[in-house]
Design a binder for this molecule. Structure first.
Ligand SMILES: [Zn+2]
Length: 220
């Protein structure tokens, strides 16, 4: 199976991607994780990408394409791709790669939540600056309010996670994804999953769909 997964901030797509990966033995490819890894490794490409991010610029498509496509090339299919493609140029690069290698996408899945829910989930997030443990004021509060359970230091909120920033990230997501979703709708492989509710509830909406696709693939 080959899957694309999309969702606005707080949709839970990475949590569900990891479950899908475990259940069906697929490769999880997250463009965001790859970019962060490359930056922390301090490679030439990583330094270049870090520069774009630090100045608030978008990383050019050609850079993101070469990073993601070279990763896909290594495994030759059976992947779940998270956070890519995000632009028309990226769609084109992915389509070319798939065509050249005779790989087909089975499903393009978008886990959608409302803007209010996105803000609720993300803006409650608190992080321990010392050990990196992630809490949520409502869904995963620490034992002592505002303090890390492990180290006892004061928890902080990432500047990216403040509610006005989350609203902007949400709007940007919807705007950027519109033409891309239209493209995959035309191909007849786009599926929208209702992301409201608990992780388990959402998972029960995803699993039957993938079980079906998986059974079709096995008998093919
Ligand atoms: Zn801590």
């Amino acid at each position: 199976m080959n899957i694309l997964i999309f969702g606005p901030p707080g949709s839970g797509k990475s949590t569900h991607s990891r479950r899908i990966t475990e259940l069906y033995g697929m490769t999880y490819v997250s463009s965001g994780d790859m970019i962060r890894e490359e930056i922390s490794r301090g490679s030439e490409l990583g330094r270049e990408m870090g520069h774009y991010l630090a100045t608030g610029e978008l990383i050019p498509d050609v850079v993101v394409n070469s990073l993601v496509i070279s990763r896909l090339r290594r495994d030759r299919g059976n992947f779940i791709l998270d956070g890519y493609p995000r632009t028309a140029e990226q769609v084109l690069a992915l389509e070319n790669y798939l065509y050249d290698h005779g790989i087909t996408l089975n499903v393009v899945m978008e886990i959608l939540i409302s803007k209010e829910e996105s803000v609720r989930r993300i803006s409650g997030r608190r992080i321990c600056p010392k050990c990196g443990e992630v809490y949520h004021t409502k869904y995963r509060p620490p034992r002592v309010s505002g303090k890390c359970d492990v180290c006892g230091v004061a928890l902080v909120q990432r500047s990216d996670d403040r509610s006005n920033v989350v609203e902007k990230r949400y709007d940007l997501y919807i705007r950027n994804m519109e033409p891309i979703i239209k493209f995959y709708k035309k191909q007849g492989i786009y599926v929208r999953i209702d992301g409201q509710g608990g992780i388990h509830e959402v998972w029960e909406r995803i699993r039957p769909l993938l079980d079906y696709i998986h059974s079709q693939e096995v008998t093919r």
